[in-house]
Design a protein around this ligand. Structure first.
Ligand SMILES: [Ca+2]
Length: 341
């Protein structure tokens, strides 16, 4: 091999190693110290710190390493600002991964903030459930940034973290003066305010439900404050080319106050809005029911309909919120739809 090619290769390898090494930092408060040997799970012969850093970077288990005497000792723990789990060893140099995006080392992992997760807080949570799960443990309800596997960009959602293991909200309707009688483009992109009434958007539902297996939870609260739920496992919304066709694998009731299954009748249907009628009816269901939905020969439910005043206790129109099964004619005052794992 010509000399120039070899030196070029060396340059390239060194550049790669330097990039890798930038992800590590010297724990400056703990100079002359290494982690206690019980945290070292692998020792390898290594030609230098850069190679040791590269080896550690390639191994998900490796959180820190110390290098000295041509030895690369990889640790499955790292230290924060205190050096309590370290011992003196001035012939080795200790390095550990840098927590990114504002994260901070807590004993053996990076505690992330601002919707970030991952070993080094290097990426956004895939959904609310991942944000809730250990060791990230985001426990406050609110607006988070998520990045589902299939999505081309990150986007914001409302997460309910306090119960049920982190649920991603895709519909919330509580204000009788907020209307879901919207265009195809609005249902595609989403509308409303994430902190209150909103529809997350069909593209985002497609990214979410095709990235992970979800149960859709339909929730309605009635005027007497009683809450009703129904679960739909394997809930999937296809993409726009496929008309945002909706399906699910299994409907099952809540153990108490079950909402009932009003979705089976519209299972496998395409989404319809008043300006894009894809239903199986001679009517324009979305126009008549004043809401976008997966209509068949219209539907036995209208969760995106109008919320009438609680005093209107019986269903009188097709365009108000209703859910035929189990709720019969009782008019809900709040609707929410979540995705949970
Ligand atoms: Ca029609």
């Amino acid at each position: 091999m010509p000399k120039a090619v070899i030196s070029g290769l060396f340059l390239l390898i060194n550049m790669i190693l330097e990039v890798k090494c930038e992800e590590f930092t010297i724990s400056s408060n703990c100079s002359g110290k290494v982690m206690e040997s019980q945290y070292t799970y692998n020792t390898m012969i290594s030609r230098g710190i850069l190679e040791c850093a590269a080896l550690c970077d390639l191994d998900y288990k490796c959180l820190s390493f110390q290098y000295g005497d041509n030895q690369c000792q990889m640790n499955d723990q790292m230290v924060g600002s205190n050096c309590s789990r370290m011992v003196d060893n001035p012939s080795f140099q200790y390095y550990q991964k840098v927590c990114q995006n504002g994260g901070a080392v807590v004993t053996s992992f990076c505690l992330c903030i601002n919707s970030y997760v991952g070993t080094y807080c290097e990426r956004f949570m895939r959904d609310c459930a991942e944000g809730f799960s250990s060791p990230h443990e985001y426990t406050t309800d609110g607006i988070y940034t998520i990045y589902p596997v299939l999505s081309p960009t990150s986007f914001q959602v409302y997460c309910e973290m306090k119960s049920n293991g982190g649920r991603t909200m895709f519909q919330h309707h509580q204000s009788s003066s907020f209307y879901f009688n919207r265009t195809w483009q609005e249902y595609k992109d989403g509308f409303g305010s994430l902190a209150s009434d909103h529809w997350l958007g069909l593209d985002k539902m497609y990214y979410l439900t095709n990235s992970r297996n979800y149960t859709a939870v339909f929730y309605m609260k009635l005027a007497n404050s009683t809450s009703y739920h129904h679960y739909f496992d394997g809930f999937v919304v296809e993409n726009e080319v496929e008309g945002y066709q909706m399906t699910f694998s299994f409907a099952h009731p809540h153990s108490i106050n079950t909402l009932g299954d009003s979705l089976t009748e519209v299972k496998n249907q395409y989404f319809s809005t008043y300006d894009n009628d894809n239903d199986n009816s001679s009517r324009n269901c979305a126009l008549d029911m004043r809401s976008g939905w997966w209509y068949n020969d219209c539907a036995p439910c209208n969760p995106n309909g109008e919320l009438l005043k609680p005093s209107d206790s019986l269903k009188t129109t097709d365009y108000e919120v209703f859910w035929t099964n189990d709720l019969q004619n009782i008019v809900p005052v709040m609707v929410q739809i979540w995705l949970m794992v």
